[in-house]
Design a protein around this ligand. Structure first.
Ligand SMILES: Nc1ncnc2c1ncn2[C@@H]1O[C@H](COP(=O)(O)OP(=O)(O)OP(=O)(O)O)[C@@H](O)[C@H]1O
Ligand SMILES: [Mg+2]
Length: 263
């Protein structure tokens, strides 16, 4: 059990997931084991369809594993919980709520209301630089701004574990870089356990303390690369020899998996 290990926040124990699809069974995950430490930033890369989202949804409690289990904070995951916050690729904002109210939403769910909710929400709206837009509605914002609201909302609810499924995937390179930096700075200030999925090896390396490489379907963990580049990291880090060395190492393995899919 994770609780016994002390600093293990999320314990993924032999998780398997089989979907019953229209065209028969799909084995999405075939025995995934992983321990994520308290306040650790873990990133996950792997080819499309290898089961990354499936794994994240199982940790979030949105999906049940076919066998195996996830232990979070010493308790078996059996549904969603306030200890875990999720940021999806598509900004899941409420269109009828303003930026401010969207960010307050998670707080209200926790019973924090009124001025207290307002001031906590404001702190995170400032963090993502959207003060001027706090009374705007999602449809009045760009994609990057909407994603910043989703991040502010996840942070404001103060989950112990932040689960992010390609949150910057749909954004242009510049916005993406900016949000990576904001996320890094925030993580360094307010350490949380982060589980972050991406297609982008650079993104995985600039953010993560460990990079988990998943194999092609059925998804398993192929390798875990320890990223020893110290924090604080910034965009210049991407030019460092160590970064390039690790990038090549990860990329070679990911590429092998892409070839595997094409077979
Ligand atoms: N509800 C479902 N029913 C049947 N099969 C599914 C279902 N959801 C996912 N799958 C299959 O399970 C596999 C893993 O899907 P998943 O979405 O976890 O992959 P992924 O690694 O997140 O891919 P991507 O990088 O494209 O987001 C895929 O082959 C997919 O087709
Ligand atoms: Mg996915």
């Amino acid at each position: 059990m994770a609780g016994e290990a002390g600093n293990i926040k999320v314990h993924i124990d032999n998780v398997k997931k089989t979907y019953q699809g229209k065209h028969g069974e799909v084995v999405a995950l075939n025995g995934v084991n992983l321990d994520i430490k308290d306040n650790e930033f873990v990133t996950v890369v792997g080819p499309s369809g290898c089961g990354k989202s499936t794994l994240l949804n199982i940790i979030a409690g949105l999906l049940e594993p076919t066998s195996g289990e996830v232990i979070c904070n010493g308790h078996k995951v059996e549904g969603t919980g306030q200890d875990r916050g999720v940021v999806f690729q598509q900004y899941a904002l409420f269109p009828w709520l303003t930026v401010q109210k969207n960010v307050e939403f998670g707080l209200n769910m926790k019973g924090i209301k009124g001025e207290e909710a307002e001031s906590i929400a404001m702190k995170y709206i400032k963090m993502v630089d959207l003060e001027k837009f706090r009374n705007h509605y999602p449809k009045e914002l760009s994609g990057g701004m909407k994603q910043r609201v989703a991040i502010a909302r996840a942070y404001a609810a103060n989950p112990e574990v932040l689960l992010m499924d390609e949150p910057f995937g749909a954004l242009d390179a510049q916005t993406r870089t900016q949000l990576q930096q904001e996320l890094l700075d925030t993580w360094e200030k307010e350490m949380k356990t982060c589980f972050f999925i991406t297609h982008d090896v650079d993104e995985a390396l600039i953010l993560g303390e460990r990079v988990v490489i998943m194999s092609a379907r059925p998804g398993r963990i192929k390798d875990i690369v320890v990223n020893d580049i110290p924090y604080p990291r910034n965009q210049e880090t991407k030019m460092s020899p160590r970064f390039l060395e690790l990038k090549n190492q990860i990329w070679a393995q990911v590429y092998q998996e892409y070839l595997e899919i094409k077979k």
